[in-house]
Design a protein around this ligand. Structure first.
Ligand code: ATP
Ligand code: MG
Length: 424
């Protein structure tokens, strides 16, 4: 078994090969028997012929249940009829684990509904379509990291347990922390700012938790965010970085995940980019001034600009968190240096320039009805040499959902946590 190679590599070999994987399908025609063996890299046909295949092996090829795990040692041969044009004639087959009756259909034509599939997510991960989504997600993370490593950003690991709300919201999960009350982090905001203000440009992929009682196709309660924070930067620089990295990620997915995109029937294109101020957006969508974009508004924007990341920038200060820089660093400025990015009909990212000036930060906290005393540690962190800086948070699951053309964020989350789901 030490010599086991991946199915995709077996196709490139001649002579003896060892493979191992899951029984995708079987066919028994009495004198000839077929097993389709699947691993994460592909499917290969194992063909047994009565009289040619060793008797015991030929006999063992009957009655192996779907999704059982087997190990096969044999000779790879060209075969016009076999999928991929090759098959393995087995000398040895070992059943490593026999699968019981399957509680869900894991074929490509599965009609099992999503909630049931998620109840059995460990088995749903046997499906090629599900695997395609998470291979693409893996590539999204890989290219995100690659992009920022190449630009010498430092990857950081923010804490996930925090002592107080980072954004002043109430949507936190409390945790008992010895004698103290603590919370699961709803954002790495404060910590990435501390790193940007001391070491410079930083990025991370980190879980965050929001205790919001949503029940939508775009919200979950445990989220992975791809975050950056750039020192000596404003809103424009942050948006450009976002534009460049998403284009890079999509380009890498197109290049490296051809089979997966084909399986998901997605015709992925590198997105175009449109920059619109909040004021221009209000006019264009005939929205009411002073309100957040509704899900309907976000869909409308993406219909107007298909295959485009639409950056809605310069939001009213009132609609953005207290730490977003007001224009001209003036506490009473109506507009701010904050933006959202809309792609595929949903908000995938929020960001902007942050306030690095303690006095202004205190004024903004007050103007939002928050008590600066509760944010003392945060404000104080900017008292000892802090450059201006900007950054954003891009939701990994939302980006995966859009890239894979899915209509529910749970499909793009390996083990989703929502209002009702806490396992598996
Ligand atoms: P929305 O208004 O769509 O609920 P938000 O503005 O509350 O999102 P932010 O705080 O701006 O979210 O978080 C930054 C990004 O993280 C979002 O643009 C999104 O991609 C992702 N995100 C935030 N909350 C969720 C959630 N509950 N489920 C999935 N993704 C989320
Ligand atoms: Mg947002």
């Amino acid at each position: 078994m030490e010599n086991r190679i991946l199915v995709k590599d077996a196709f490139k070999k001649k002579g003896k090969v060892d493979v191992a994987g899951w029984v995708h399908n079987t066919r028994d025609l009495n004198k000839i028997k077929f097993i389709l063996l699947r691993d994460v890299s592909g499917i290969i046909q194992i063909t047994g012929v009565k009289g040619k295949t060793p008797d015991k092996v030929f006999k063992d090829m009957s009655g192996i249940t779907r999704e059982s795990v087997i190990y096969v040692s044999g000779t790879i041969k060209d075969s016009k009829q076999a999928p991929g044009g090759k098959e393995i004639n087995p000398d040895k087959i070992e059943i490593i684990s026999k699968a019981e009756d399957l509680p869900i259909d894991v074929s490509d034509y599965s009609k099992t509904e999503l909630p049931k599939r998620l109840d059995y997510r460990f088995l749903d991960l046997h499906r090629q379509k599900t695997q395609a989504i998470f291979k693409i997600q893996s590539e999204i993370c890989n290219s995100f990291r690659e992009f920022f490593y190449k630009k010498s950003f430092i990857e950081m690991q923010p804490p996930c347990i925090i002592s107080s709300a980072s954004e002043g919201g109430t949507d936190l999960f409390p945790v008992k922390y010895f004698e103290k009350d603590a919370y699961l982090a709803q954002s790495p905001q404060l910590y990435k700012q501390m790193v940007a203000c001391s070491m410079g440009n930083t990025f991370m992929i980190t879980p965050i938790w929001r205790a919001e009682k949503h029940n939508t196709t775009r919200h979950i309660n445990e989220i992975r965010q791809m975050d950056i924070e750039i020192a000596f930067a404003n809103q424009e620089i942050a948006m450009k970085e976002h534009e460049d990295v998403v284009k890079y990620i999509v380009g890498q997915v197109i290049k490296k995940c051809k089979d997966e995109l084909k399986l998901l029937k997605v015709d992925l294109k590198i997105p175009k980019v449109k920059y619109l101020s909040y004021d221009e957006t209000v006019k264009s969508l005939k929205m009411k001034y002073g309100e957040d974009l509704s899900p309907e508004d976000e869909r409308k924007l993406s219909n107007k600009y298909p295959d485009t990341i639409v950056f809605v920038h310069s939001w009213p200060t009132k609609l953005k968190p207290f730490y977003i820089m007001p224009k001209g660093a003036k506490a009473d400025a109506k507009l701010s240096e904050g933006f959202d990015a809309i792609y595929g009909g949903v908000e995938i990212c929020s960001g902007g320039q942050r306030i690095h000036l303690p006095d202004l930060l205190e004024k903004m906290l007050k103007s939002k009805g928050l008590n600066p005393k509760n944010f003392k540690e945060y404000v104080d962190s900017f008292r000892y040499g802090a450059p201006h800086h900007a950054g954003w948070s891009l939701g990994l699951e939302r980006l995966t959902e859009i890239i894979c053309g899915l209509d529910n964020i749970r499909e793009a989350t390996m083990f989703p946590r929502d209002r009702d789901r806490l396992s598996p």
